[in-house]
Design a protein. Structure first.
Length: 429
């Protein structure tokens, strides 16, 4: 089988909400670019396809711990200079960027990195973000997706406003063959962009477009545009359902199969017991009161008097719940399959929420990853280490060699661009 895909999803001190409290955390280094360069080099040593940054445009409850620190596209410029092969991906909001601004920055980064850039196109969600960008509140779901589709089309058109061979650089004649660079004259519902772009065509033609479509509209947008997809799946059966649905939509859109990578939280230990200890260590650092408050919101009932180390009481069925059903359904599945104590449930929700969590030895985790890929649930994983850098070191030093031994993961990079790593064709122009 083809090599599975592995991305490192970098988030602060790790994806566990209490990771920053751990004595070994890098909380003092979150504004130090060398921290991120070291993480990218570590992932490159593991021969990962890429590192990935999410992004948000509101500070959130900053007392609870770090969420956003440095702006990700700025970080990727530095990380491109500190690495040679690994792909570099950032979230870009179609709600707040203009297509020209995004196309220019992403094309520049593709040149700076020698063709290693990807972008995760999202529609932002929160009114607190909207109010940092001159909007009273977020536009409706439908309007955000209509804007996102027009945004994607316009960005791609701007990259195609230069032909691959437009640069002539004839010292006795023209710098550019003007017949091979032209305006795009996009006059749409949301954007007016004449073009052409000020940056020559990117090395990859188009930086690789990722999406994470969960809603019906999101899945349709991903099926029409995404070249790789980040997914949320609690277990193999939900991963298989999503995988079948998305690939069917991609096929209906007349496009080739795309790589789908669910998020994966791992706790690796030389024994099962050691892995569980690492998980418990982080869970015990959680501020209990704010975690209880969050769970109370998620399930629509007060949990302040629930016993911390006793099993979670039975909850009402999904159809009886009137709040956001996706997260509630995940909580019901965790309770049903894992029978956790309240403390364990708070820990599971604090590290990756509804994403799959694997706890165990390198062999056992490699077994599970192999099962997901071989049984049609994934083409690889977007790794969400609960703590950084420790959890990703464990994967690079213990799980990756096990995957390589089984012939499931590359030992060396076969190409230089992110498209090469993902097996994607370069769009010509």
């Amino acid at each position: 089988m083809a090599s599975m895909h592995l991305n490192l999803f970098i988030m602060g001190c790790g994806h566990h909400k209490a990771a920053w409290r751990h004595p070994r955390s890098s909380v003092e280094r979150l504004a130090d670019i060398r921290y991120y360069e070291e993480l990218a080099r570590l992932a490159e040593r593991g021969r990962f396809d890429a590192v990935f940054f999410a992004d948000g445009h509101a500070a959130g409850n900053i007392a609870d711990g770090p969420l956003w620190t440095l702006e990700p596209l700025t970080m990727l410029a530095a990380m491109a200079r500190a690495t040679e092969h690994i792909g570099l991906i950032s979230t870009v909001s179609s709600t707040f960027y203009t297509p020209f601004h995004a196309a220019r920055m992403l094309a520049s980064l593709d040149h700076i990195s020698g063709g290693r850039l990807g972008w995760n196109l999202v529609t932002s969600m929160f009114d607190s973000e909207a109010r940092n960008h001159g909007l009273e509140a977020m536009p409706s779901h439908a309007e955000r997706y209509a804007r996102a589709e027009e945004f994607a089309n316009t960005v791609l058109a701007l990259w195609d406003s230069w032909s691959d061979d437009a640069l002539v650089r004839d010292r006795q004649g023209d710098y550019v063959d003007a017949s091979r660079v032209g305006p795009i004259h996009h006059h749409g519902e949301h954007f007016l962009v004449d073009g052409p772009l000020t940056v020559p065509r990117p090395p990859q033609g188009h930086p690789v477009l990722f999406q994470a479509g969960a809603s019906d509209q999101g899945r349709d947008l991903a099926a029409r545009y995404a070249e790789a997809i980040y997914a949320v799946a609690y277990d193999l059966s939900s991963a298989q359902d999503y995988y079948r649905d998305l690939q069917a939509r991609v096929k209906a859109a007349g496009r080739p199969k795309v790589a789908i990578m669910p998020g994966l939280v791992t706790y690796v230990g030389s024994t099962e017991e050691e892995a569980r200890r690492k998980q418990r260590e982080l869970d015990e650092l959680l501020p209990v009161d704010s975690s209880r408050r969050q769970l109370s919101q998620f399930i629509g009932q007060d949990v302040s008097d629930w016993e911390l180390d006793a099993p979670v009481p039975e909850l009402p069925p999904l159809e009886a719940f009137s709040g956001p059903k996706g997260r509630y359904a995940t909580i019901l599945r965790i309770i049903e399959s894992e029978r956790p104590t309240l403390r364990q449930l708070l820990g599971r929700l604090a590290a990756g929420g509804g994403h799959c969590t694997m706890v165990g030895t390198p062999e056992r985790i490699a077994d599970e990853m192999q099962r997901w890929v071989e049984q049609g649930g994934a083409d690889g994983f977007n790794l969400m280490p609960p703590s950084l850098p420790d959890s990703i070191e464990d994967v690079v030093e213990q799980v990756v060699p096990e995957l390589q031994r089984r012939g499931l993961f590359r030992r060396e990079y076969q190409g230089r661009t992110l498209r090469d790593h993902l097996g994607l064709a370069r769009p010509g122009r």
